[in-house]
Design a protein. Sequence first.
Length: 269
Amino acid sequence: MRALSEFPADAAASIRGVFCDIDDTITTEGRLTAAAYGALERLSEAGLAVVPITGRPAGWCDMVARFWPVAGVVGENGAFYFAYDGATRKMIRVFTAGAAERADNKRRLDHIEKRVLAEVPGAAVSADQAYREADLAIDFCEDVPALPPGKVQHIKQIFEEEGAVAKISSIHVNGWFGRYDKLSMTRRFAAERLGVDLDADKAAYVFVGDSPNDAPMFGFFPNACGVANVRDFAGRIEAEPAFVASGRGGAGFVEIADMLLARRRPGAG
């Protein structure tokens, strides 16, 4: 991981879009600051496609897609994307799994929930679970006293023992059934909403994140950036970002946005 100051100027000048995590990447200690929201707006107004890629639930993502200055949002770690079409006043909702499959998966996740709460004292179902469509989020530090790493790993292990995929974010362990992740749905969003083949054009996009569930994105995008708190997961993340900001959370996101906008080539994108 290199300092953000080493981000190549020619690469920054030709960036056409920014994919970004939300929690502890755009937010700071659970809050969205005016500066971070302003950075989203400045990126969008400059002509860059801005797309949050988050583990947060469908209910939150509907609001993000509708009200934030973004091209769309990928939610629940890749279970879906939402994009609001202002011209037709329609919310476009695309899911990996159909309604029947999601209902069956929910029954299986309910069993995992019971196991986790019985086997890992101090863990809790995330406060935003009621707004989720496809996964189960277990809170290990957002609204509960922080659990030690061993207990967090135990939660992940329970999901995997039951045949689910599990990813650790900065606040939750998210688990689901299905062969998808943040990257797979980001590829689909880019193709269907931006008309972009990310495999051929990934150098023209930046991903910004902070935690282990961002590893697929860090590993895919050559110009991936982390906010400074990604260093908290050193040794516990499968792929690291190429560059790291000096600021944590939203301050780091603003730092990355400022760098991209300062070096942007007129007419790029």
